[in-house]
Design a protein around this ligand. Sequence first.
Ligand SMILES: Nc1nc2c(ncn2[C@@H]2O[C@H](COP(=O)(O)OP(=O)(O)OP(=O)(O)O)[C@@H](O)[C@H]2O)c(=O)[nH]1
Length: 393
Amino acid sequence: MTSEGVSKYCEEDEDLALAYYDDDDDFDTFTDGDVDCSCEDGVLGFSDPFSSEVKPRILLMGLRRSGKSSIQKVVFHKMSPNETLFLESTNKICREDVSNSSFVSFQIWDFPGQIDFFDPTFDYEMIFRGTGALIFVIDSQDDYIEALSRLHLTVTRAYKVNPDINFEVFIHKVDGLSDDHKIEKQRDIHKRANDDLADAGLERIHLSFYLTSIYDHSIFEAFSKVVQKLIPQLPTLENLLNIFISNSGIEKAFLFDVVSKIYIATDSSPVDMQTYELCCDMIDVVIDISCIYGLTGDEAGSPYDKESMAIIHLNNTTVMYLKEVTKFLAMVCFLREESFERKGLIDYNFHCFKKAIEDVFDVRLKVQKSRKLLSQRRWSKQNTPNGAHVQPH
Ligand SMILES: Nc1nc2c(ncn2[C@@H]2O[C@H](COP(=O)(O)OP(=O)(O)OP(=O)(O)O)[C@@H](O)[C@H]2O)c(=O)[nH]1
């Protein structure tokens, strides 16, 4: 295996990308005194009164010790799975802002397992109203009957408040199970959960199931699928990838968020786990080598720049090609060696693809800007005596 032109990566970007929220606006409505925002690593706190961008909210729920915090730490903080053994039980809601790129931008709320969510004084309506996806984590190594009844309660309440929520069930910690056992558990949990919904006359609620573990790539793959459902531009991105690969002799292409290794889009051919794992490994190699050898002492800014790229020749005549798309996104492609001989064509097509992605970004930014301007105006009106209009700075 050889690798050339390894790209560079900046650890600082990761800190900036994973900004923590510490404003209290939403929490004022909670009546539970323990509920708070945890910012233990305290990287960045921000509160923009004019920010009108509503980040989709992803809730992580489930019984105690089912693995919610571990999932969040492994996927978004690069914590090694073994370190999660020492995680303390979460005792307050932990809210985190993930905004690595314009496409990957959401909040994750990690709920402590012991919270009595259905305490009548608890404002669950407020929580569910702004929720895009609810991930319910079930510990597959434990007895899951209680978890299933909790899942049913949570889903039915949430659906009543907001029928647009995507319900995602992670059948977690499957690393300890044999393949047969995994399938059997999934079938059983799927059947019981759907039977409960059917008994309640709620067949229309759709639950998606994933077998996950923090000890392999399954958790990243599952999270990728959850996040993809929340990206409104997904069909456009998939279309662009389809056009790109069909015109370049490429077999498979992924658009990756480099920091979290979540793939935010891929072409329409099916994804197989091994391919996805190879992409993750390639990103790791690129990042590690860049961190160790890519930085020269005098560099101040981000070394992950427009020139960043990597090529890996596998021993089965397949080539993996990684290129920087935006500050946080990378394209990883798989192609045959013969096709790679036309690298000039691939690079030209990639240039067009990148331009198209920038255009999609631009549209989104323009919409955000005009929304921000609108809320600035409203804010000024509300805060000016007699409603006199003051131009905000
Ligand atoms: N084998 C295995 N263990 C896991 C996995 N994910 C988490 N764990 C372990 O499960 C235990 C509980 O994990 P936590 O992340 O603290 O669970 P939690 O749901 O956040 O717990 P609360 O904060 O009490 O609600 C830890 O010891 C983790 O190491 C997994 O995929 N496989």
